[in-house]
Design a protein around this ligand. Structure first.
Ligand SMILES: [Fe+2]
Length: 258
């Protein structure tokens, strides 16, 4: 990948209208006021057939180790070797140019294999186009982190809860203190669970939410014998549609501010 492509991944949605920074300041997440997004009837078969353990295929700025170094670190500190110890199982359903390429890929042609689902994504989300769509199911507790790309101080990271049989919500956000902001990378557990926000869509008519990947960090619990599949979406937003839908969604489901 050329350096220019790496920049385009990070900067894709950076041109949001400037007044958003104040209007949506520090909002951890917003449940979108759209109908439930329902996968095609044969989604479970596709999932069973195609999902694979997700492991790292290359280093990045936050995990700069070679496979050999990662194994040595695991042996000496117990820190997960991301090349050999999958945190997730998953499928890639749409991969645009410049999409994340750090992970194992079992690729399907999402729009062809899951047309009903993709029709809803294109019709209901406030976007110009989809650029990367994956289904991931966490197999372990996921430590607190911010996703590497697209860190903005407003809710722009899209997730759809495709399946979830957990008895309670497991995806949570914890505020990143401003003084730590630039230096925050990741940690195993929150310092203060009482400051965490669990995203609960179970009492709503929606299964889609946007979270803030800059002022908040996120993680996931793993409850034994239960699982969930989240659809993670990268896209190019349509900021006019975005503002309209976010405002409507906040009016209905709240802004979840502390
Ligand atoms: Fe993440």
């Amino acid at each position: 990948m050329h350096a220019c492509c790496a920049i385009s991944i990070d900067m894709r949605n950076s041109t949001y209208p400037p007044h958003f920074a104040e209007k949506y300041f520090n909002i951890p997440y917003v449940i979108l006021d759209i109908p439930k997004i329902v996968p095609d009837d044969h989604f479970s078969e596709v999932w069973k057939e195609k999902n694979v353990p997700i492991v790292r295929t290359k280093p990045d700025t936050r995990y700069p180790y070679s496979p050999e170094e990662a194994e040595e670190i695991y042996q000496t500190t117990g820190k997960t070797n991301e090349y050999t110890m999958p945190n997730w199982n998953g499928i890639v359903a749409l991969r645009g140019n410049g999409a994340d390429d750090r992970w194992t890929e079992s690729v399907i042609d999402g729009p062809a294999v899951l047309p009903k689902l993709f029709q809803q994504l294109n019709d209901l989300l406030p976007i110009q186009r989809l650029t990367y769509v994956i289904f991931w199911s966490n197999q372990r507790p996921i430590g607190i982190h911010r996703d590497l790309h697209e860190q903005y101080s407003l809710p722009t990271s899209l997730r759809v809860v495709i399946e979830d049989n957990n008895p309670k919500p497991t995806f949570f956000l914890e505020p990143v203190p401003p003084d730590l902001d630039a230096n925050f990378h990741s940690k195993g557990k929150p310092d203060d669970w009482s400051k965490c926000k669990f995203v609960d869509v179970s009492q709503t008519e929606s299964n889609t939410f946007l979270y803030n990947n800059k002022q908040w960090a996120h993680g996931a619990q793993k409850i034994e014998n239960h699982s969930k599949i989240l659809c993670s979406i990268s896209c190019q937003f349509d900021w006019v549609k975005y503002e309209r839908l976010i405002d409507q969604s906040i009016a209905k489901y709240g802004n979840n501010l502390p």
